[in-house]
Write a protein that binds this ligand. Structure first.
Ligand code: SF4
Length: 362
């Protein structure tokens, strides 16, 4: 079995580590490019959301490199994600690929089923599989710390290209590691490098929170590297959803009978008191939480035709007024042009900066 999985930001790092620990070889697709998206989009239904097209492109590249099994998580929530695996499998079969899909439903769909799936994937090594899963979670914890450091350092250091190069090299070097402990060592070396850079602690950058649809805020290709772009301009960014957060809320909490996204759901309740699919409530909760933490602005990113985030978008207009926080709305698909996107980010950054200065000195 030669396993592959889709790219979604740092997910490949934790998943590769987990499979390495289990002695299972991963075939990691090349990082997504315009061409890979084009290949995926050509084979996808026109109006399906962007993550479907990108991940299909990832699978095609992995299958060309020799993978025969795709591993993804499943979902039965009221959005298209639950159809991704079955539909992508059919498309790939029509294209002539002999591929198997292992779709792992999260524990909220049944803890014994989840554990059985993990056991199956690891060839029945029950305890070893749970240990590898736990190690992969620790990788996610370290990745979150690394991101927090880069968010802090980038706006406060003069030469931002050094930060960007350190992060770029890290993502490439991970491909040569073997196992979670190797990865954690590499992460620690990387944050030492970032922390060694000269920074000006007197700089008080504007703070911008990134909210929206989970895939498009985590996968840098799909959001045209929004974190790096805003950081290069001088903003301290923070991303509301991370793979560690996803793992805690979708794997750990359901297994220990605790409630997922409790704080976000409570904050969102006056606007949307029930679950309508995926992360709508969380998006609203994150927006409110960032404004309570005195962030200067928010950027909501979501794919065109994404039903849950279109609902969030509508509600956020009211949150913007109620909490007096500016929000930039970015809709992404395969036709999104980089220069228009960059201009909108620059204009938003300038506005948020000007607005803060005005508030401070009024
Ligand atoms: S949340 Fe939106 S983008 Fe993500 S799978 Fe569902 S419909 Fe598609």
């Amino acid at each position: 079995m030669k396993i592959t999985y889709p790219h979604m930001g740092e997910v490949y790092i934790a998943v590769k580590g987990m499979f390495d620990d289990l002695g299972i070889k991963s075939i990691i697709a090349p990082f997504t490019t315009e061409n890979i998206l084009k290949i995926g989009a050509q084979e996808s239904p026109e109006y399906v959301c962007l993550p479907f097209k990108i991940t299909l492109g990832n699978y095609i590249k992995s299958l060309e490199a020799g993978a025969d099994t795709v591993v993804i998580t499943g979902s039965c929530g009221p959005c298209r994600f639950g159809y991704y695996g079955p539909l992508q499998k059919e498309i790939l079969k029509d294209m002539g690929y002999d591929v198997d899909f292992i779709i792992i439903d999260p524990p909220k769909e049944g803890v014994p089923k989840f554990i059985n799936n993990i056991k199956k994937l690891s060839g029945g090594k029950g305890i070893k599989a749970l240990k590898a899963l736990y190690n992969a979670y620790n990788v996610c914890v370290e990745i979150d710390k690394l991101n927090e450091i880069q968010y802090y350092v980038r706006p406060r250091t003069k030469d931002k290209t050094i930060v960007n190069n350190i992060m770029y090299n890290f993502r490439k070097k991970v491909l040569d590691t073997n196992g979670t402990s190797d990865i954690i060592s590499l992460i620690k070396i990387t944050y030492e490098k970032l922390l060694a850079l000269p920074i000006d602690n007197n700089i008080e950058p504007v703070k911008i929170g990134i909210i929206g649809e989970i895939y498009t805020i985590i996968e840098p290709f799909s959001n045209l590297n929004v974190e790096e772009k805003l950081g290069n301009m001088g903003a301290h960014v923070h991303r509301s959803m991370t793979i560690k957060g996803w793992a805690e809320n979708n794997l750990i909490k359901p297994m220990t009978a605790r409630k997922s996204y409790k704080a976000e759901k409570t904050l969102a309740k006056p606007y949307i008191p029930f679950l309508i699919g995926v992360h709508t409530q969380q998006c609203i909760g994150h927006a409110i939480n960032y404004s309570l933490q005195k962030y200067d602005g928010l950027v909501q990113i979501y794919p065109m035709t994404c039903m849950p985030e279109i609902v969030s978008r509508t509600i956020l207009s009211q949150v913007e007024k109620d909490y007096n926080i500016p929000i930039l709305y970015l809709v992404v698909d395969e036709l999104t042009g980089e220069s228009g996107y960059q201009t909108r980010l620059e204009a938003f950054y300038d506005y948020v900066k000007y607005r803060r200065t005005k508030i401070l000195y009024s």
